[in-house]
Design a protein around this ligand. Structure first.
Ligand SMILES: [Zn+2]
Length: 452
């Protein structure tokens, strides 16, 4: 663990470095870019724009519209028959954490093994790889909600912001707050240290406030709470103290909550989002709608859960039937709660909760499989697009910076083939990705030309 004084000196140095490089690198005539394509969904309007032009000046969008004049000297990127969209936002992921996704029965043990054997430095380097995979898939912003060692997510976020390596914008939670035991259940007392590498333990409202202050000191720009942990739960009084302390600092609170009791505690305390909520009552959903608390449905499809259980192996009919006994009702239950949430007007933001190695997919691809689940559960393509763009931005408190294609926002832009308003799963196949005005990938086969 890096000592606080080193961390402080490093961060002051990074700030100086960042301001120096921004001031030093901006030439008088910064190259302007004009992006053209067949269609655009700007994340704001319900209807697409045909033949859009997006003008980009430095890292921001300067103008958006159909038939805009392209300034002389601008670099023109004509992407052809694709649809432009805002960069995708995954509000629930674990960029510094990966365990074997091909044997669901071993996952509890795998988690312990990672925590006990991987240093924060190793996890940050893993995060560099997984973050790049997210970015290349079109996920230009993530909220990393824990399991990132001791503040590894802050280090990765700052490294990306400093231009040391490519990756998405990161909102970092540092260690999640939890009741004694975190999410590990009962371990021998000697294992306490392992739990504390992964969670900051909360014991009473005053300790809950201190845990938030610690997270802020550690560099968090959001707070994650495990409301129902294992074995113990965070209480309503503790939760209220956490929300109060975080909101005083202008930081949002994400609550992992499943079941009637935990979701109600989170909603009553006024958190900003409830994660998972696989089991939740109508009353709590209505309270979420009324308080504008986001639901982050970290759902998968039946096929995904089968893949997580068997990996590449073809199960026997008996094995498959045995797994389907729990998978089918689980998926049906998730669908039911998502339908109820939509009916009551609960705002929804897209979150993959990806931390598994999935067969034949990198992290970015595996994360975007959430769109298969949302489609199968009956969300419309436009709802899914909003959940993964403007709603995500609002949940992060970044609606002024990202989430829609508008003048003044960061030029975080993707292009997908076909029409995502007909089929939201096209969002899984970004052919072009730009973050902050920098082209991350362009697989459209179209060349860049300079406007004379
Ligand atoms: Zn999670």
């Amino acid at each position: 663990m890096m000592r606080p004084c080193h961390q402080f000196v490093l961060r002051v140095f990074c700030l100086l470095l960042a301001s120096w490089s921004v001031a030093g690198q901006e030439p008088a005539n910064a190259a302007k870019i004009a992006l053209r394509a067949a269609r655009m969904i700007d994340g704001k309007s319900d209807t697409p724009t045909n033949k859009p032009v997006i003008l980009i000046d430095g890292e921001k969008i300067s103008a958006v519209g159909a038939g805009l004049a392209i300034p002389a000297g601008a670099k023109v990127i004509d992407l052809g028959n694709v649809t432009l969209l805002p960069g995708l936002i995954d509000v629930h992921t674990h960029v510094l954490f990966e365990i074997d996704g091909t044997n669901v029965s071993l996952q509890d043990v795998s988690m312990l093994k990672v925590v006990a054997t991987q240093s924060t430095a190793e996890r940050a380097l893993l995060g560099a790889k997984l973050g790049r995979e997210d970015l290349e898939a079109g996920i230009t912003t993530v909220r990393d909600v824990g399991n990132s060692g001791v503040n590894g997510d802050v280090a990765l976020r700052d490294a990306i912001n400093n231009g040391w390596l490519p990756g998405p914008r990161i909102v970092a939670a540092t260690r999640a707050l939890a009741a004694p035991g975190g999410q590990f259940g009962h371990l021998i007392p000697e294992a306490q240290k392992i739990i504390e590498q992964e969670y900051v333990i909360v014991n009473g409202p005053e300790s809950a406030r201190q845990a938030v202050r610690q997270a802020l000191y550690d560099g968090a720009n959001c707070i994650k709470v495990i409301v129902n942990g294992s074995p113990a739960n965070v209480t309503l009084e503790e939760m209220k103290a956490i929300v109060d302390e975080a909101h005083i600092a202008g930081v949002k609170v994400a609550a992992h909550a499943i079941g009637d009791k935990a979701t109600r505690i989170a909603a009553e305390a006024g958190v900003d989002s409830i994660e998972h909520a696989y089991v939740i009552t109508d009353d709590t959903l209505k309270m979420m709608a009324q308080k504008h608390i986001f639901l982050v449905p970290t759902d998968g499809t039946e096929q995904e859960y089968l893949n997580m259980t068997f990996g590449h192996r073809q199960p026997t009919p008996e094995e498959r039937a045995e797994q389907e006994q729990w998978i089918k009702p689980y998926v049906a239950g998730n669908r039911d709660r998502l339908q109820r949430a939509r009916r009551f007007g609960v705002p929804i933001a897209a979150g993959s909760d990806m931390y598994l190695t999935m067969p034949d997919e990198d992290r970015g691809q595996a994360s975007l499989d959430m769109f298969d689940a949302y489609s199968a559960e009956g969300m419309t393509p436009l709802e899914i697009i909003h959940a993964a763009t403007s709603n995500g931005a609002e949940l992060l408190g970044w609606q002024g910076k990202i989430g829609t294609l508008e003048a003044g926002k960061y030029a975080d832009i993707i292009a997908v083939p076909g029409d995502p308003l007909q089929d939201a799963t096209t969002l899984k196949h970004a052919r072009f990705v730009m973050k902050g005005g920098v082209v991350i990938k362009n697989e459209t086969g179209n060349e860049t030309k300079n406007k004379k």
